[in-house]
Design a protein. Sequence first.
Length: 202
Amino acid sequence: MSSNIVLIDPAEEPLSVDQAKKHLKQEDAEDDDLIGDMLTGVRQFLEDQLNTQLVTATRLETLDTFPGHAECQSELKYAGGGRGVITLRFPPVQTINAIRYVDTNGVQQTLSPSEYVADLRSRPARIEPAYGKAWPATRRQLNAVEVEFVCGFGPEPSVPRIYKQMIRSILGHWYVTREEATENELIPIPFGAGVLIRQLRY
């Protein structure tokens, strides 16, 4: 099993409130806070749907053990020697900050960057042991392996236009229909945005 959480949120949104207001044809400041909250909500929704990080953030991918390891049936640990590939969701990945693991003695260790190689151009990004190396043994426990990494297209100007257009489309729909939704309803997204999500999802 694996999970992926945000450690450090983006410092900005793919669209500013002023850009969003221009799209919504809103001139007064009465709904500025609402629009700002909606922009964050739309971005988070799209990132989860697309498995893609739009603006730079720091994330943590956790695994129960390194891929490729065989479980020892007689001991509460995993055997060493795995050469499996770790794949990181939410591309594009910019840098790997650290790979940490809980060793068989229950102590968290940080893996030296010389022990692995990372392919950050692929989507999803891939990490495997360096030539002649293998993933170390880990204690048998949940989330024994952590990969901390920085991902996203970059600051706001670096976000491709197609993603910004999807944000405008969904934001406009949510803003117009905000009074129609109840707590038991899901606000639908525009058809065109749904098509793009299916095409761009990783």
